[in-house]
Design a protein around this ligand. Structure first.
Ligand code: NI
Length: 227
């Protein structure tokens, strides 16, 4: 399932991120890709220990952990430090699947990637091409969102970034290990949680019945979660 969160960043935050990224030390992005992925990847990125990357990534992590829709969609156990990427004319990332196990920067720990996310940091009219193409159960979906929006999708999906033909596509990408490893289980929980939220907000439903539904949600999490 592909979940879009609009306006994940405020316009002020977006402005601050872009100003910092403008002056950052962009490096060849092929270094961090392994095996086949390295052969199809052409972009630039900030090193994980770059001070600008670290600072912005920490701000993002804090925000992700508090965002109700992201938390509901990902049920995150661990989140990889977000990485900042740029694609200019002629750059692309051919079809690939994200590595299943990733070393976490600045630690000896590893993460199983269950959930991937891309935060768009350039407006769609600032570049041509550069669509994120995600293959799913019902075919491929093209994603090119407004700056500040984020898309969340299963790490198991084959995906690619189509070539940029003009301008610069700037994004942050991240991966999470979910407490709910199975994408379909996660998707069921997300739908249930979203319905409970909207019923709660409608104020039209009996509280005892809502409590019963909420208990079903929590008990499914208890049954399926691995922590
Ligand atoms: Ni990828």
């Amino acid at each position: 399932m592909l979940i879009v969160i609009d306006n994940f960043l405020t316009s002020l935050e977006l402005e601050q991120y872009c100003a910092r990224l403008e002056l950052a030390d962009w490096q060849d992005g092929t270094h961090s890709a392994g095996g086949l992925a390295a052969q199809v990847k052409a972009n630039r990125q900030l090193a994980d220990n770059d001070p600008v990357a670290l600072d912005l990534a920490n701000r993002l992590l804090q925000k992700l952990g508090q965002h109700p829709v992201f938390v509901s969609a990902a049920i995150p156990h661990k989140i990889h430090q977000p990485r900042f990427n740029r694609y200019s004319r002629g750059e692309a990332y051919g079809v690939h699947v994200d590595a299943p196990i990733m070393s976490l920067p600045h630690s000896n720990d590893v993460l199983r990637s269950d959930v991937s996310a891309t935060l768009f940091l350039a407006e769609p009219n600032e570049y041509e091409g550069g669509e994120l193409l995600i293959e799913g159960q019902f075919g491929a979906q093209e994603v090119k969102l407004a700056a500040g929006d984020i898309v969340v999708y299963p790490s198991s999906s084959l995906h690619q970034v189509l070539p940029v033909t003009a301008g610069t596509r700037q994004v942050a990408i991240l991966w999470a290990q979910s407490m709910i490893a199975d994408a379909q289980d996660r998707s069921l929980l997300f739908d249930l949680d979203q319905s409970i939220q909207s019923l709660t907000n409608s104020g039209q439903v009996d509280t005892a019945e809502l409590m019963r539904l909420t208990a079903v949600y929590h008990n499914l999490v208890r049954r399926w979660a691995v922590v």
